[in-house]
Design a protein around this ligand. Structure first.
Ligand SMILES: [Zn+2]
Length: 325
């Protein structure tokens, strides 16, 4: 059921079945100049049904809107080509190649496979992950007409003036969209209120967590009357940013502690010595997808500790080993 959350701005909840994020917030901006859809849900039946029936209720059919994506992840971008149906899909220029360049995407997964192997992620689990990872199996089909956006660019769409704010971290090209005339901020997955946005390692961001922390400080300077996140509920932006900054500080200390207690290990073993909010009796019993995200998050913390000069990494016989400095 779509709800009008501000004049001309509607939220369409899109269920993410079996995913801990539970649901995605798609937003529709309706103006006299046309309609603009922000984010879409996975390319799978439950999402398709919820999104398009919500749009129908709001009087908008496929191909009657342009699409604006907050970032490349498939829970946000999966249905973009179907919704736009030949019209423009806007996304940051940094994230665009992951969506419309198949070679870029294969290169990305190749580099990530090498990194996870170096960090000690077991090969049989990697094989299982590669079969089931929604980022691979539910990525948007090629063929959408994408247009890249840059930091600070202004779009006039859906009856709104929209300023693009590049906030790298969660993905290299994550964008927030700011409506200066309305005091409304769309945060995508940069700031979420009841879940901590996942930060992992990226081939094009040597220090993803460092970029994320800088981007949190950038967005903290805004004073929105209404903040609209990509998942679940809204809240107070500044206090949430402060909480996230504090959370990552504690996680950095925990990661550094793990390196000190277990020198010479890779991120797979080190992640097993950090605490996670997952119901499993031991690290060995973690579901494979949760292990994948945990190791990715651990890598981003190790990369940031290296950037801070507190940790060094050696690669011996194709295996990563971290040491405190
Ligand atoms: Zn995301």
């Amino acid at each position: 059921m779509p709800e009008e959350i501000a004049p001309g701005i509607y939220r369409i909840p899109v269920p993410l079945v079996g995913n801990p994020l539970k649901e995605l917030n798609a937003y529709l901006l309706k103006g006299e100049d046309g309609a603009l859809l922000i984010d879409t849900g996975f390319r799978q039946p439950a999402c398709r049904e919820a999104l398009f029936s919500g749009l129908r209720e709001l009087g908008v059919r496929r191909g009657e809107m342009e699409v604006l994506l907050t970032h490349l992840h498939s829970d946000h971008s999966g249905l973009a080509p179907e919704a736009a149906d030949g019209r423009t899909i806007y996304v940051s220029e940094v994230d665009r190649p992951s969506l419309d360049d198949q070679d870029y995407r294969s290169r990305y997964w190749g580099i990530m496979d090498v990194r996870f192997r170096e960090e000690g992620f077991p090969l049989h689990l990697m094989a299982r992950m590669n079969e089931t990872n929604p980022a691979r199996s539910m990525a948007p089909p090629s063929g959408g007409h994408y247009e890249g956006l840059t930091d600070g660019q202004i779009l006039e769409k859906g009856g709104c003036r929209i300023q693009c704010l590049l906030v790298p971290g969660h993905t290299p090209g994550q964008m927030c969209y700011w409506l200066p005339d309305r005091g409304i901020l769309f945060t995508g997955d940069h700031v979420l209120f009841d879940i901590t946005p996942n930060i992992t390692a990226w081939p094009v961001m040597p220090d993803a967590l460092g970029s994320y922390l800088e981007s949190l400080k950038k967005i903290r300077a805004y004073d929105p009357a209404l903040t609209l996140p990509g998942h679940r509920k809204t809240g107070d932006l500044k206090s949430r940013v402060d909480h996230l900054l504090c959370h990552h500080q504690q996680r950095l200390e925990e990661a550094l502690g793990a390196v000190k207690d277990h020198p010479g290990r890779g991120a797979y073993d080190l992640a097993g010595h950090m605490t996670w909010k997952i119901r499993a009796s031991s690290w060995e019993d973690f579901p494979v997808a949760q292990k994948w995200f945990a190791v990715g998050e651990c890598m981003s913390h190790l990369d940031h500790l290296m950037a801070l000069g507190q940790v060094r990494r050696e690669t011996v016989g194709g295996k990563a080993a971290y040491y405190a400095i």
